[in-house]
Design a binder for this molecule. Structure first.
Ligand SMILES: [Zn+2]
Length: 167
């Protein structure tokens, strides 16, 4: 459940990018590059259902895989965005501040529809749509190290909060 982010395939290039995920399947050959970092506007304002919390700058995303620019991701994490591991050790989600607390409340309401509705009604929390995805393939070795360090820090803070130490 708590997978640490790993660099899965070695990354190529820097600002003018060639998405490292191109080599994973036939799509990379069907849609030749070049790839680039799209402004967040492209990703979070293209559909009616899209949502982005107004207090934060939208991160750039890879034009091929949709993964977020790692420097922008680190910036958001330092502003309080919360890391959510996935079942893949090269992929994480990034959620606006308050996500973990919201999940705890929802978990306590499992099996009770009335209470679940109440949690959603009272909560000010709202996830970004589409979700912010971090792919380890886009990160340098140093960025992987930094992301794992920030993730460990968040885990420690959560643990302390559960024990009431930092409340
Ligand atoms: Zn990519």
């Amino acid at each position: 459940m708590f997978y640490r982010l790993k660099k899965w395939i070695s990354s190529i290039g820097s600002e003018k990018i060639r998405c490292p995920r191109r080599d994973e399947g036939p799509a990379g050959l069907m849609f030749p590059g070049p790839d680039h970092w799209r402004p967040g506007k492209t990703h979070w304002e293209s559909r009616k259902s899209d949502y982005w919390p107004a207090d934060y700058l939208k991160p750039r995303t890879c034009s091929f895989c949709g993964g977020v620019n790692i420097s922008d991701a680190i910036h958001l994490i330092k502003k309080g965005w919360e890391i959510e591991p996935s079942t893949k050790d090269y992929k994480w989600y990034l959620n606006p501040p308050g996500y973990y607390e919201h999940c705890i409340k929802l978990r306590s309401a499992i099996g009770n529809q009335e209470r679940t509705n109440q949690v959603f009604k009272e909560s000010k929390y709202k996830s970004a749509i589409p979700p912010v995805k971090i792919y380890g393939m886009h990160a340098s070795a140093e960025q992987i190290k930094e992301l794992n360090r920030l993730y460990d820090k968040q885990k420690v803070i959560r643990l302390h909060n559960q024990k009431g130490v930092l409340n």
